[in-house]
Ligand binder design. Structure first.
Ligand code: ATP
Ligand code: MG
Length: 567
């Protein structure tokens, strides 16, 4: 495996870490660092969230600080406890711990309400009866200033009264909103009297029907950060324009704690989508088999696919943190798991598409237990015994009746090595009379080649994996390919549907694979390298033995790197 220039290691820095280092040096926030990861519980976490988790928890740890987990649960119609639970378990799996600092924005609803009242009292917020469509029309454009709402100059008393009645449920959903009174001709459109509260009669998974008004993200987020004493509020670039409002609200409310919002570029990954709205759609419309479908870019999907937390953390470290949006090649993520599993995954032999091989000159009732190495990268992992007998299976594609040039594997009259076993030579091909399909191969073995060593310097050009027919066990193997056939399915024009680019061949199921007997009872989620085939992980949902292919052994990332260097 070629060596990569790792752009970022745990010790290297980025612009956010530089800002924080400067702050600590200047003793800002008394030198303290408090971050938070603020997911909305409206879907499962994906690899993009992992980037944010590694960043927020990582920065806290590196600076003896703390990182809170806060559920940003202000949009109850799309949220669910199932998501809350999955998010908690995915963060733990990834290797991070919020200890006792688990918070919910909904815990602050009463406090947030009082902040809103405070703004009204200051003449900085008003109840507006314009419809959503009218508000949009009044907003203006980048080149045209907005129009003030006719309700903008309601008295403080009137606003206090109306807001109280909003809370009390006197008005229908959408009848009015609470808006900040800022500047309808502000160059930044976000500052043109943004909505702070709206009326929504929906059940909330924590507060039930206690509330029929819910705070908007921009209002609740900065205040929740401030309430928790966050020092650095790290978010993705799309919130860059919202920073003005973040700061305006904290200033107007004279909050003691005024966190600094810092934006970074979100992760985009090739051949997949990282938008929760799109992922929800794939799940709900049945294009995948649930959130943890091994083709999904979710943490639970990657986990089921066989990814290790270490490989994902390493990936997040490598991609680094930047201020400009970019697309990361899926091959890099695959490189990271391959690198990790290469060190840890025991090697075993498995035959995915079996063809029977009979060793004519091998005693019929003999079974030899041959020594096999568990991991050549790690001698400490020891050896195991693999049974060898007269009837074996090898991979169909390792035999060709009419081998083309450069095909060095088994063919009539040709000798190859069976890994850890013997040299064998193919002497006969038996076919189905009617279909012409190959049923079995007859071979002879050279007993002097035991262990796969040549007794006389004789060379063979191929080494094949195999299993003993009688001793191997049956397994199902699921092969995965990219979920989409195009590099950036999320970036298609509005009129197009990202689902049009779903890869119809993203899942191939092989039901009559044969694996060596050491895999009997293999634990769910245990990971192996099937020699010559790739890395595989025992599926965590089935009673029968099912393996998910994590990645093949081909390192496409190294190839991409090499090509880039040449350019
Ligand atoms: P979506 O836009 O798909 O709905 P989201 O960003 O709204 O996702 P949240 O639950 O709000 O999802 O995200 C929690 C945190 O994770 C936020 O701080 C967000 O900025 C960050 N995050 C989400 N997606 C990515 C990504 N692709 N790369 C990096 N960070 C991300
Ligand atoms: Mg969000």
């Amino acid at each position: 495996m070629s060596k990569l220039n790792s752009t970022n290691s745990a010790t290297s820095s980025d612009f956010i870490r530089n800002i924080i280092a400067e702050d600590i040096k200047a003793n800002k926030n008394d030198g303290k660092v408090v971050t938070r990861f603020p997911p909305e519980p409206n879907g499962y976490l994906h690899i993009g969230h992992a980037k944010s988790i590694c960043l927020n928890f990582g920065i806290a740890t590196e600076n003896n600080g703390i990182c809170n987990l806060r559920f940003d649960d202000t949009n109850p119609s799309k949220e669910d406890v199932e998501y809350v639970e999955s998010i908690k378990s995915d963060i733990k799996w990834l290797g991070f711990d919020w200890n006792n600092r688990l918070f919910y924005t909904s815990d602050y609803f009463e406090q947030l309400y009082r902040f809103a009242v405070q703004l009204i009292n200051k003449g900085k917020a008003y109840v507006c009866d314009l419809s959503a469509g009218e508000i949009r029309k009044h907003r203006g454009t980048l080149t045209e200033s907005g129009k003030e709402s006719p309700y903008r100059n309601r008295s403080v008393e009137k606003n206090l009264n109306l807001f109280e009645r909003m809370r009390a449920g006197e008005f229908e959903d959408g009848f009015c909103v609470l808006r900040a009174k800022i500047d309808m001709s502000a160059p930044n459109l976000i500052m043109r009297d943004p909505a702070l509260y709206r009326i929504r009669r929906v059940y909330h998974h924590r507060t039930g029907y206690n509330w029929c008004i819910y705070p908007m993200y921009d209002f609740s987020h900065c205040l929740s950060d401030s309430i928790e004493g966050i020092t650095h509020s790290i978010c993705t670039l799309e919130f860059e324009n919202n920073r003005s409002l973040y700061d305006w609200l904290l200033d107007e409310l004279e909050m003691e704690c005024h966190p600094q919002q810092i934006e970074f570029a979100r992760l985009n990954l090739s051949y997949t989508v990282l938008s929760k709205r799109k992922l929800v759609e794939l799940v709900e419309k049945g294009h995948v088999n649930g959130w943890d479908d091994p083709r999904m870019p979710t943490l639970s999907g990657l986990r089921r696919r066989g990814y290790t937390p270490e490989s994902i953390r390493n990936f997040c470290d490598r991609i680094g943190v930047a201020k400009r949006d970019s697309m990361v090649d899926m091959a890099m993520l695959e490189y990271c798991v391959r690198e990790d599993l290469n060190k840890r995954a025991p090697r075993v032999m498995a035959v995915l598409r079996p063809i029977k091989v009979i060793i004519d000159n091998y005693p019929e009732d003999l079974v030899e237990e041959l020594d096999a190495i568990n991991n050549p990268e790690d001698p400490g992992m020891g050896t195991r015994k693999v049974p060898f007998s007269r009837v074996l299976y090898i991979e169909q594609e390792d035999f060709r009746e009419d081998p083309p040039r450069k095909f060095y594997r088994l063919a009539p009259g040709r000798e190859v090595r069976l890994r850890y076993a013997y040299f064998i030579t193919c002497v006969e091909v038996v076919k189905d009379e009617h279909t012409g399909e190959i049923i079995e191969l007859h071979c002879t073995y050279d007993h002097r080649t035991k262990g796969g060593d040549s007794p006389d310097g004789r060379k063979v050009k191929a080494t094949l994996h195999w299993v003993s027919a009688a001793h191997s066990i049956e397994a199902e193997v699921r092969l995965y390919d990219h979920l989409f056939t195009t590099v950036n399915p999320g970036d298609k024009k509005e009129a197009e549907d990202f689902k049009d680019w779903l890869n119809p061949n993203s899942l191939e199921i092989l039901t009559s694979c044969r694996v060596e007997p050491s895999l009997t009872g293999a634990a769910q989620e245990s990971r192996y390298q099937f020699e010559r085939l790739g890395y595989f992980c025992v599926d965590s949902s089935d009673n029968k033995l099912v393996f998910n292919r994590t990645v093949t052994l081909r390192d496409t990332w190294a190839k991409i790197q090499k090509a880039q260097k040449k350019r």
